[in-house]
Design a protein around this ligand. Structure first.
Ligand code: PLP
Length: 456
């Protein structure tokens, strides 16, 4: 590399606030302060402003604009669906991107080695997880990475185990890999979810080659304990089921809860039987920047997956991620976590006091609220309406009771939520609500819903 180009690259990194970190790749000191959600001080730690509403309408956002396109501007006050955040991005990200844009050339990029080190440092400093930077493979999303892993490790026609209700996108990944969902519904008691280990084991047959684990779990918000993960991991090992652990939501942990990386389990054989998938796309709301990564302590798995994996990274995505995975980004994230924890508390209390027919037990992690709407479905006679709509459906596609409840909330409260039925068995009688927004917007949505329910 010529000296001039090298100097320019240093200037980009400096702008992104990551020169020190690039250096740290060689020297090894940690630049991200470890933090536990339960040690955060609610009062004194919000110098970023998450309260002021950041208007995303007109920015081609799925959360707002796609809902408006579908239902009409007059019918949507709040989009509470897809999992990204409404907040203005962390300033270190905006600065890093602006600095890079000063260099007006967008040719093929050579991904800096320092990025891999940053990913390893983030895992080490926040979660005590040792990740060999050499073992990390970048992807243009968790989906392409998961699809490659399924294609590599689960033959077409084989079964993939899922603990349901679970992130709807996994079903799409199974279609791309021509594998079949083996759904194991979780057990729910008083709003708390747990894995049904007997059921899971009974489904680990000779043609079940992989399990997609979601930790923390979308949509229920469970942060799986070390005990749960070890039990599951040992079962999977015994039955030759590879664990594909999607940990994209891991940076959102509510007060008093703990995220345990699957790869941190104290059983080497169990860990060697897994691949972990991560990204900063939820953490810093960089979803459309299309960067994710995966790693494993099992070089054989990595080689097989890499052979199926053709991903392109992109310059702005890498710059944004490098700017985010820094001390400054970590501070922003800690504050977002405090704010979201407050939103989750607010939603739980508000729903209990004001939304007849709706129940919610606060999530342990994620910024998602998995709300039980059985009472509303019953009052709407949603099952009967769904059966009628299915019978009259021109496309022949079944209409679910949850879709009926979802449409009712749009028509009567101008709030868009995600129907639980798309999250597999166990999604009945639920809707998913994204609370990563200004508390004013959250309150507006809940006020609208309360008014609609009180008129019902
Ligand atoms: C559990 C989980 N995995 C993967 C994704 C999508 O990841 P990506 O956008 O990186 O493909 C999501 C998005 O909501 C998710 O919740």
């Amino acid at each position: 590399m010529s000296e001039r180009l090298w100097l320019n690259r240093r200037a980009f990194l400096r702008g992104a606030g990551i020169t020190a970190l690039a250096g740290a790749a060689n020297s090894g000191p940690s630049l991200v302060t470890p933090v536990r959600a339960d040690s955060l001080d609610q009062a004194g730690s919000t110098n970023y402003d998450f309260d002021t509403v950041y208007d995303r309408v007109g920015s081609s956002s799925v959360k707002w604009d796609a809902a408006i396109d579908r239902y009409g501007r007059e019918n949507i006050d709040v989009g509470m669906g897809i999992a990204d955040m409404d907040f203005r991005a962390a300033p270190c990200i905006t600065r890093g991107l602006a600095e890079r844009c000063k260099h007006e050339n967008w040719g093929y990029m050579s991904t800096p080695r320092s990025f891999y080190q940053q990913i390893a440092d983030w895992n080490k400093n926040r979660y005590g997880l040792e990740v060999d930077p050499e073992s990390i493979t970048l992807s243009d999303g968790v989906h392409p990475a998961l699809i490659a892993a399924l294609n590599a490790l689960a033959p077409a026609g084989s079964k993939v185990l899922l603990g349901t209700a679970v992130y709807s996108g996994f079903y799409g990944d199974l279609r791309w890999s021509r594998t079949i969902a083996e759904n194991s519904p979780m057990i729910v008691e008083n709003g708390h979810y747990r894995m049904d280990f007997d059921d899971l084991e009974s489904r680990m047959s000779h043609d079940t080659d992989a399990m997609i684990l979601c930790n923390p779990q979308n949509p229920t918000g469970n942060c799986w304990s070390e005990e749960d993960l070890l039990r599951l991991g040992r079962m999977c090992l015994e039955h030759r089921v590879v664990v594909l652990s999607d940990e994209i939501h891991c940076d959102f942990v509510m007060k008093g809860q703990k995220y345990t990386p699957f790869a941190s389990l104290p059983d080497k054989e169990v860990v060697d039987n897994s691949v972990t998938f991560k990204a900063a796309s939820k953490t810093f709301s960089l979803a459309a920047m299309k960067i994710a990564w995966f790693f494993s302590t099992n070089p054989e798995y990595m080689e097989l997956i890499r052979a199926q994996h053709r991903a392109n990274t992109n310059t702005l995505g890498v710059v944004a991620n490098q700017a985010a995975l820094t001390d400054e980004g970590a501070d922003w994230l800690d504050q977002v976590n405090v704010y979201i924890d407050g939103n989750q508390d607010f939603a739980e209390q508000y729903i209990r006091e004001n939304l007849p027919g709706v129940e919610y037990t606060k999530a342990e992690g994620t910024y998602l609220a998995w709300i039980d709407i059985s009472g509303v479905a019953e009052r709407l006679d949603a099952k009967r309406l769904a059966a009628e709509a299915t019978a009259n459906s021109e496309t022949g596609r079944p209409v679910t009771a949850e879709a009926i409840v979802g449409n009712w909330f749009v028509d009567n409260a101008k709030v868009q939520l995600n129907a639980g039925s798309s999250y597999g068995p166990g999604g009945e009688n639920h809707m998913r609500m994204n609370v990563a927004t200004s508390r004013k917007i959250l309150k507006l949505a809940l006020d609208n819903m309360a008014a609609a329910l009180n008129d019902l």
